[in-house]
Design a protein around this ligand. Structure first.
Ligand SMILES: NC(=O)c1ccc[n+]([C@@H]2O[C@H](COP(=O)([O-])OP(=O)(O)OC[C@H]3O[C@@H](n4cnc5c(N)ncnc54)[C@H](O)[C@@H]3O)[C@@H](O)[C@H]2O)c1
Length: 254
């Protein structure tokens, strides 16, 4: 049987660990050829080795660098084109919060939060969309955050960045609707990742508050996020665009 993403090329940002790696693994299992971009080179190389096994030993191209720098984003897109001649799926996963009460942020931690979560996604979209328009096909999936909808404790700066990602989703979806390109965002609640484990270790009370708003009483699993990304990346999701879809155990319900 043909796999769902057979013949498609996917660039997954921040795929060195956590949710990004889970997404890359799922897309690879579903038949896509993966290209990674990551800030940390060691993480990226370890992830590429692991993903290569899922791709029948095929090498996984890597771009290293900070995607909030537009030249790195451009190079990452070029890496995919040089390796495979096309780019069908862009997953803007690179990010991560500096989770602090707004009053405890410094100007630098606020800038870093916006750089890491919003500029990374903007530049990757900017350099990917002309390629997708030329192909007449593309799937962009951003990783946003459900905290934008429920205003979670200590998330104001992070929500400013992720809210920008949510906003870009609707605008790009409309602009590229006639080009065979869909643009959607998946918005997870607290997820069972190393990043969440760090928050739990540092401030268990805060981590428990994050869980207290989830009717199902548990964090999301990374694989649950990857499953939705895989669907949105597929050809059968052709009529779903401009959506911000929460994966949140019922934390917000509209
Ligand atoms: N963990 C959660 O509970 C949670 C909840 C909602 C949304 N999210 C979002 O999901 C995504 C993944 O989260 P995670 O918990 O797996 O994060 P993580 O910190 O474990 O991993 C993020 C990865 O992105 C890479 N990265 C970070 N900044 C980068 C940059 N500027 N350029 C290139 N690569 C960069 C890092 O090297 C790392 O490999 C993030 O966008 C995060 O904001 C996470």
């Amino acid at each position: 049987m043909t796999k769902r993403l057979e013949g498609m090329v996917a660039l997954v940002t921040g795929a060195g660990r956590g949710i990004g790696l889970a997404i890359a693994e799922r897309l690879a299992r579903d038949g896509a050829r993966i290209v990674l971009c990551n800030l940390d080179e060691d993480e990226a190389r370890a992830a590429a080795r692991e993903l290569s096994v899922l791709q029948g030993g095929q090498q996984v191209p890597i771009a290293i660098g900070d995607l909030s720098d537009e030249t790195v984003a451009k190079a990452a897109v070029n890496t995919a084109i040089e390796a495979h001649g096309r780019l069908d799926i862009l997953v803007n996963n690179a990010g991560g919060g500096i989770i602090l009460p707004f009053a405890e942020h410094t100007p630098q931690t606020i800038r870093t939060t916006i750089d890491r979560n919003l500029w990374t996604a903007i530049w990757c979209c900017y350099y990917t969309l002309p390629v997708m328009r030329e192909q007449g096909f593309g799937r962009i999936i951003n990783v946003g955050a459900d905290s934008v909808r429920n205003g979670l404790w200590a998330h104001a700066a992070y929500n400013a960045a992720k809210g920008g990602v949510h906003g870009m989703t609707t605008g790009l979806a409309r602009e590229f609707a006639m080009d065979g390109i869909t643009v959607n965002t998946v918005a997870p609640c607290a997820t069972n990742t190393p990043q969440m484990a760090e928050i739990s270790a540092r401030d268990p009370e805060l981590a428990n508050k994050f869980l207290s708003v989830i009717p199902m009483g548990r964090p999301a699993e990374m694989e649950e996020i990857a499953a939705l990304v895989s669907y949105l990346a597929s050809r059968e999701a052709a009529f779903t665009t401009g959506q911000v879809i929460s994966i949140n155990g019922g934390s917000t319900m509209l």
